[in-house]
Design a binder for this molecule. Sequence first.
Ligand SMILES: C[S@@+](CC[C@H](N)C(=O)[O-])C[C@H]1O[C@@H](n2cnc3c(N)ncnc32)[C@H](O)[C@@H]1O
Length: 228
Amino acid sequence: MKNITLEVSDTPRSLHFDDIYYNVDGGLAEKYYVFIDGNNLPQRFEKLEKNFNLLELGFGTGLSFLLTAIEFNKFDSKYELNFTSTELYPLSFEEIDLALKKWDDLYSNKITKEFLMQYKQKELIKDIKIKLNNVNLHILVGDARETLKSINEKQNCFYLDGFAPSKNPIMWGEEVFSQVKRLSAENSTATTYSVSRLVKDILTFAGFDYSKRKGFGKKREMIIGIKK
Ligand SMILES: C[S@@+](CC[C@H](N)C(=O)[O-])C[C@H]1O[C@@H](n2cnc3c(N)ncnc32)[C@H](O)[C@@H]1O
């Protein structure tokens, strides 16, 4: 099934949700800014005292995952990163390969190469598990409202990246966020681009305090949540 179309400057747009996965103009830098930097991950990875559990809402092209795996590997940690993600419409190998090719440095990184090699061999109809050094990727294939019920490990960090609330209200609804509430460890953090009322309310529902930070580039603001 075709899931994406590539628009001007190769920006991937979902055919299911009519929204973009990221802006190709600075999309990689923006993912790094909002999710990795926004959650203070380099500092947290450096000081790890146990394995780190991270949950992403929306695997998409795997760009945020790969940036995170590459960042984690810089620290040569004796601990593991357990990166769980959710995906209703897994992109085919060809679609992911095409989207990632845009980012020269990332695409030539050995972690990306190994990821693509393993992803190519996976059936995309059930859970996808990929191991890259001490990073364990688990993609829960299906609707996040259901698939999140199957996990129990408390998470230290959340990437809230399920498209804009106006395009995909389900990913910002109580069914998904009652799972985020259940799975969030004390002091876990969550970040996203959107600062809409709906996002603030659903973070509060899940037991997070939130604050605003300067957004990426020309964007005024983004949100960081911390679990009380
Ligand atoms: C903005 S994209 C994610 C971008 C991604 N993090 C990346 O690095 O490319 C949002 C993703 O959420 C997925 N999605 C939307 N609704 C979903 C649902 N109910 N359950 C699971 N995944 C969903 C979409 O298919 C899409 O791949």
